[in-house]
Design a protein around this ligand. Structure first.
Ligand code: MG
Length: 455
C-alpha cells in the first residue's frame, strides 16, 4: 500500500490481500496513537472477515493505551450516533459499506460522530508511514468493555425527529430489503414500532451477501421490486451493507436513483423550512436546485463523497444534505448519512401527503437520467481531464469535481474520475427522454478516444 491509505470513505481493501493482520495491527496502532489514550467505540458490520479485522484493531488500540468499548455488529450510523451522544473520544467502524464480499474497511469517527477530516487522515497516514506508534507499558495498556445500547440509542434518536401519529394512522405496508446487511437489526423493528406492516427479505446477516450485491443500485433491486408488488406494499426500502444509505421502490415496483428520493425529501424539508440551504453532491439531479428555487432556498454544491457533505453541513449550518447514491444527511438528527433516518423521513412524507410514492415522484421536476462508466488507469485520469477540457472550450462547463458539460440549458453530462476505482463515471441528465442516453454514448466514445491516444 502507498502512503495514501484513506480513500473517499475510509480505508478499503480485500481481506488478507491489502487488509492483512499485520497491516491492521499497524494502522490500528497509528489510529490508537492519534487518539492518545482516549475512550473509543468500535463496531463492525456483518462481513465474514469482521471478527478477524476487529480483533487486530482492538488489540492495537488497547496496546496504545486506548480503552475500547465494543458495540458489536451494528450499522455505521448507529455507531456514529452513540459516539456523539455518549461522549466517546472517537469511534472506529469496520465496514466496506457497499463493496463486494471480499472487502473490508476502516472508518475513523471523531468525537462529534462524523468521519474525521482529511488532515486528521493525513496525520494517521504519516504515523503509519513513519512507524511512529505509541505503545504503552504493561500497566497502562487499555481495557475493553461491552457497549450494548447503540441500537436502542439510535432508534430513540431517530424517533425524536418523527411525528409518529400520521405514520401510525396511514398503516403503511413496507417491504424492507437489507441485502443481508446490518440494516436488518434496526429498520424493520423501528418501522414496526411506528405502526407499519413490515415485511422483510434478505434480512438474515450473511457476509457472503447471497440475496443481492451490497450496493443498492436500482438495477440490483429487481427482487425487491417483485416483492413489493407481490405483497401490495406501499413502499420498498433497500439499504447498503452498513445501512447508511437508503434506496426506495414505489408501490408499482419502480426503483429510483437516490437523488429522486433526496429531491422529494428536500421538497418536504423546504416546505416546512422555506429559504434554507441544501447541500448536494455535484452529480445530483438539477431537480434539487429547481426545488430549492421553488421554496426560496439555495443549493451548496460539493465534491462527491460523504465526508465532504458532512463537513460542509457543519461549516455552513445547513440542515439537509444528499447524494445521488441514496445518502441523505438530516443534520437535526446527525450530520452524517443515515439509512434508517432516511427511511423514516420517507414514511413521514407518505403519511403527511397521503399519496402513493409514484405520484409524489411524478410531481417532481422531470429529468431523464442515464449513467455509464469508462475504464481508465488512475495514472491517466488527470491528463485525460486536461485534454477533455481543451476539446470542450466552447460549451458551458463546471469543474468542481471532474467536468460537468452543458450542451444545452436543460441537459448536462458529468465526467468524473472515480476516487476508488480505475474508471471514469458518467452521469447525464436531460428534460428530453433520449438525450441523456445520447450524451453518455457520445462522451463515452470521446473519452475512449482520448484514453487510447494517451496510452
Ligand atoms: Mg455505506
Amino acid at each position: 500500500m502507498s502512503t495514501r491509505l484513506f480513500g473517499t470513505n475510509g480505508i478499503r481493501g480485500v481481506v488478507n490481500k491489502e487488509l492483512t493482520p499485520q497491516f491492521l495491527l499497524d494502522i490500528g496502532m497509528a489510529i490508537g496513537t492519534h487518539f492518545n489514550g482516549g475512550s473509543i467505540l468500535v463496531a463492525c458490520d456483518a462481513r465474514t472477515s469482521s471478527q478477524m479485522v476487529k480483533s487486530a484493531i482492538v488489540s492495537s488500540l488497547l496496546a496504545s493505551g486506548c480503552s475500547v468499548h465494543d458495540a458489536g455488529t451494528i450499522p455505521t450510523p448507529s455507531l456514529q450516533y452513540a459516539v456523539k451522544i455518549r461522549g466517546f473520544n472517537g469511534g472506529i467502524m469496520l465496514t466496506a459499506s457497499h463493496n463486494p464480499a471480499p472487502f473490508n474497511g476502516i472508518k475513523v469517527i471523531g468525537s462529534d460522530g462524523v468521519e474525521v477530516e482529511r488532515k486528521t487522515e493525513e496525520g494517521i497516514e504519516q504515523l503509519y508511514a513513519k512507524r511512529k506508534f505509541t505503545l504503552k507499558p504493561w500497566n497502562q495498556v487499555g481495557e475493553e468493555y461491552q457497549f450494548t445500547e447503540a441500537l436502542e440509542l439510535h432508534k430513540k434518536g431517530v424517533l425524536r425527529h418523527i411525528d409518529p401519529k400520521p405514520i401510525a394512522r396511514a398503516k403503511l405496508k413496507v417491504m424492507i430489503d437489507s441485502g443481508n446487511g446490518v440494516g436488518s437489526l434496526i429498520t424493520p423493528y423501528l418501522l414496526r414500532d411506528l405502526g407499519c406492516q413490515v415485511y422483510t427479505m434478505n434480512s438474515h446477516l450473511d457476509g457472503t451477501f447471497p440475496g443481492r450485491q451490497p450496493e443498492p443500485t436500482p438495477e440490483a433491486l429487481t427482487g425487491l421490486s417483485k416483492a413489493v408488488k407481490a405483497v401490495g406494499a406501499d413502499l420498498g426500502i433497500a439499504h447498503d451493507g452498513d445501512a447508511d444509505r437508503c434506496i426506495f421502490v414505489d408501490e408499482m415496483g419502480e426503483a429510483y436513483y437516490g437523488d429522486k428520493s433526496f429531491a422529494l425529501i428536500a421538497d418536504w424539508f423546504l416546505t416546512h423550512h422555506p429559504g434554507e440551504k441544501i447541500v448536494a453532491t455535484f452529480n445530483c439531479s438539477k431537480a434539487i436546485p429547481d426545488i430549492a428555487a421553488r421554496h426560496g432556498g439555495s443549493v451548496i454544491w460539493t465534491k462527491v463523497g460523504a465526508i465532504t457533505v458532512s463537513r460542509t453541513i457543519l461549516e455552513t449550518g445547513a440542515k439537509l444534505g444528499g447524494e445521488e447514491n441514496g445518502g441523505v444527511f438530516y443534520a437535526p438528527h446527525q450530520p452524517v448519512r443515515d439509512g434508517t433516518m432516511t427511511a423514516c423521513l420517507m414514511l413521514q412524507i407518505l403519511a403527511e401527503r397521503g399519496e402513493p410514492l409514484s405520484t409524489l415522484i411524478e410531481e417532481l421536476p422531470k429529468y431523464y437520467v442515464h449513467k455509464g462508466r469508462v475504464p481508465c488507469e488512475n495514472t491517466l485520469k488527470e491528463k485525460v481531464l486536461t485534454r477533455l477540457l481543451k476539446q470542450t472550450k466552447n460549451l458551458k462547463i463546471e469543474t468542481l469535481d471532474g467536468v460537468k458539460i452543458w450542451p444545452a440549458e436543460d441537459s448536462w453530462i458529468l465526467l468524473r474520475p472515480s476516487g476508488t476505482e480505475p474508471v471514469y463515471r458518467l452521469y447525464a441528465e436531460s428534460t428530453q427522454p433520449k438525450k441523456a442516453e445520447q450524451l453518455v454514448s457520445e462522451y463515452r466514445d470521446k473519452l475512449n478516444e482520448i484514453i487510447r491516444s494517451q496510452s
